[in-house]
Design a protein. Structure first.
Length: 436
């Protein structure tokens, strides 16, 4: 009787644990990541007597690790993944192994271990392919694109488009939306705006959940802002629409729109602050937001702010050729601001060349604007960069930004140190430091 009682109790616990795992997964898929993390954490403690090899406990551990990434608790995510992969290997659970490798790769990416992250994520993709797990392969592609985007956004777009095709074939609408958002942001940098804007406009009309629709609307709004087609009222409505969402990455996306509006009107300090706000509110987006924040600090003529950005990039271990190209431009701007225009020009030259090799025409536009703001446009080399930037801006329809570029060209930096610009939003703040 005692044995039967224990079996019944364990059975009841296992059933309850399975129910909790299903509920937690629904929360996670609904982008309620903090709630799913807390639910998984509590359940793992409550049902620990089931042991780590119980199927429900495996699902809960996987949920905890995935949710912990979204909430920035990387130590929890990695520790859980390390324990889980051992169990999964021992039990021959290929799906769990592949899922866990994805989690480890993402954590390595956030910790600045870019090459290791790519190796682990590629491994996850191989395991998924070997055991016919296309939905896990899709997650590997998604996260692999994040890491590649710091190094070569053009290659990231190619990979993300493969992922989009796979998601559509599987009917994985939620992953399709995430991949489309990432591919669109990377395509903005490569200058392929027509594809991205058409895809986003179409996705917003799909039968998708409200959170996914908001995510698409935020990405689309940034394109519109640069084209002068987004009002402040529309931004306010968008900001209110994302309030209360636990997915901080979506909520932080509104800062990207704010930055676009500021840059399109020549409010360089405002653009800097918006990107810093992105980095402060979203660990995921910080590696992408900090480089443009540094560029705008240079255009604004504030070397301390720009140096603070470089320090933050160093502290989070952000690496990659695309990041390094922007880092060179920030360093060049600091040199020009501190009285070394020749050194500044050399750094800008390296930055422009690397961005050209990577096909990042949009990044190049802002680097050129930083060079013009600090060194002027009289130098024939800089003048050639300006013409190429104008062509890019005309092609993508970012005419407000073209106006700002032309205005910078018409102005002269106040001395060879590229001193304070006299335009709205360009005045540096003495003694200022990077927010956060």
């Amino acid at each position: 009787d005692r044995a039967e009682e224990i079996r019944n109790r364990i059975g009841d616990m296992a059933a309850s644990a399975r129910n909790v795992a299903v509920r937690g997964t629904a929360l996670y898929q609904g982008r309620q990541r903090e709630s799913s993390q807390e639910l998984a954490r509590t359940a793992l403690e409550r049902f620990k007597d089931l042991g780590p090899e119980d199927p429900a406990m495996i699902d809960l551990a996987l949920l905890q690790a995935r949710s912990a990434i979204s909430t920035g608790e990387y130590d929890v995510a990695l520790a859980t993944a390390e324990r889980l992969v051992i169990v999964a290997e021992r039990l021959g659970l290929a799906r769990i192994v592949a899922e866990t490798l994805v989690i480890k790769g993402v954590v390595y990416f956030y910790r600045g271990r870019l090459w290791e992250a790519r190796a682990v994520l590629e491994g996850a993709r191989i395991v998924a392919q070997s055991f016919s797990l296309p939905e896990v392969e899709l997650r590997a592609i998604h996260n692999l694109g994040l890491g590649i985007g710091l190094d070569d956004p053009r290659a990231a777009v190619d990979l993300e488009r493969l992922g989009l095709a796979l998601a559509r074939r599987l009917g994985e609408r939620a992953t399709e939306v995430v991949l489309l958002g990432n591919a669109s942001e990377d395509s903005r940098r490569t200058g392929d705006w027509s594809w991205a804007m058409a895809e986003l406009a179409s996705a917003i009309q799909l039968d998708i959940d409200a959170a996914s629709r908001r995510a698409m609307a935020v990405v689309h709004a940034a394109f519109l802002a640069y084209q002068g087609a987004l009002s402040n009222q529309a931004l306010e409505a968008l900001t209110q629409d994302v309030q209360g969402i636990e997915d901080t990455d979506i909520a932080a996306g509104t800062f990207d729109v704010t930055a676009a509006l500021a840059a399109a009107t020549g409010d360089w300090r405002g653009a800097y602050e918006a990107y810093i706000a992105t980095a402060d509110n979203s660990v995921l987006n910080a590696p992408y937001a900090l480089p443009p924040a540094g560029i705008f600090a240079i255009v604004a003529g504030d070397a301390p702010l720009a140096r603070g950005v470089l320090d933050r990039l160093q502290s989070i271990g952000t690496r990659g050729r695309a990041v390094d190209a922007n880092r060179l431009a920030i360093e060049g701007g600091i040199l020009a601001l501190e009285g070394d225009p020749a050194g500044g020009l050399a750094a800008f030259r390296q930055s422009v060349a690397l961005l050209g090799d990577l096909g990042l025409s949009w990044d190049e536009v802002w680097v050129v604007m930083a060079a013009v703001a600090r060194l002027g446009a009289d130098d024939p080399e800089i003048a050639s960069w300006v013409e190429r930037a104008r062509e890019t801006l005309e092609r993508v329809g970012a005419l407000p930004v073209l106006t700002q570029l032309n205005q910078l060209v018409a102005e002269k930096p106040s001395g060879t140190t590229g001193g304070e610009q006299k335009r709205k939003g360009a005045a540096p703040v003495a003694g200022s430091e990077v927010a956060g």
